[in-house]
Ligand binder design. Structure first.
Ligand SMILES: Cc1cc2nc3c(=O)[nH]c(=O)nc-3n(C[C@H](O)[C@H](O)[C@H](O)COP(=O)(O)O)c2cc1C
Length: 227
């Protein structure tokens, strides 16, 4: 990673550039820029990304062998300090475009071994997860809706070796792009503390309500945000 300003890769995984997910994503991008991050924006639905063919050649090559827009995203992922991934909840999971992104980045994220997968990304890299869903809180969490999306997202980043910075859900969203102020504040708080030399901002709870979610909870980093 280069010295200087910290780099954030902001991935938008909704087909709607003016919907609920976009509102969250824009909020994170603005907050990051204000905090001094260098932000690269990627709108997945504007990219040409073929389906994963399951050939597994990426394990050897370290990147997918299909030449399309995934090559540029893979480079950005390897060189960033932080990823913000915003995606709507579809069937209690990520949309197909986001799932395909994960599939196409298999060999970038991990090395296949005889036993457990070996991470290929750095524990100094962090990720922040955002989702919008129609189910109101707390059913969004209790019924596995936003929490299902976070679980799917985290599987990719955790396996890649990156560290979770937090997660925020916009429940009861219905495509509305008017982000509730409380939700906007939860997102902004991830960027409100000064960056340390490692590029990590201070860990502040995004929400004090409810038990820690198993998604984004480990010994170093407690779960943040609500679903
Ligand atoms: C194909 C599809 C599946 C969806 N599945 C769910 C779901 O499982 N749970 C839920 O709470 N909302 C679900 N939704 C609603 C969206 O998550 C919600 O409307 C969200 O605000 C859409 O974000 P957008 O404005 O970025 O498109 C679904 C929407 C679509 C189009």
């Amino acid at each position: 990673m280069m010295a200087g300003r910290k780099r954030m890769l902001a991935i938008m995984g909704s087909p709607h550039s003016d919907g609920s997910t976009a509102a969250m994503w824009n909020c994170a991008v603005e907050a990051a820029r204000r905090a001094g991050w260098q932000v690269e924006k990627v709108e997945l639905y504007r990219k040409q990304i073929s389906y994963c063919r399951g050939c597994r050649a990426c394990f050897e090559a370290g990147v997918c062998v299909i030449k399309d827009d995934i090559q540029e995203i893979a480079e950005s992922l390897k060189n960033c300090d932080m990823v913000v991934l915003a995606a709507p909840t579809y069937w209690a999971n990520v949309p197909a475009a986001v799932k395909n992104l994960f599939d196409r980045l298999l060999g970038v994220a991990m090395e296949d071994t005889a036993r457990f997968p070996k991470p290929r990304l750095s524990p100094k890299q962090t990720y922040l997860l955002l989702t919008a869903c129609n189910t109101p809180f707390p059913f969004s969490v209790l019924c596995g809706q936003s929490s299902g999306t976070f679980r799917a997202m985290r599987e990719f980043f955790k396996t890649s070796g990156m560290k979770c910075r937090g997660k925020v859900a916009f429940s009861n969203a219905h495509g509305d792009n008017r982000l509730p102020e409380a939700t906007a504040q939860k997102i902004r708080r991830f960027f409100s503390a000064p960056q340390s030399s490692s590029g990590h901002v201070g860990q502040k709870p995004a929400d004090g309500n409810g038990p820690p979610d198993p998604v984004c909870t480990n010994r170093r980093n407690r779960g943040q945000g609500v679903g």
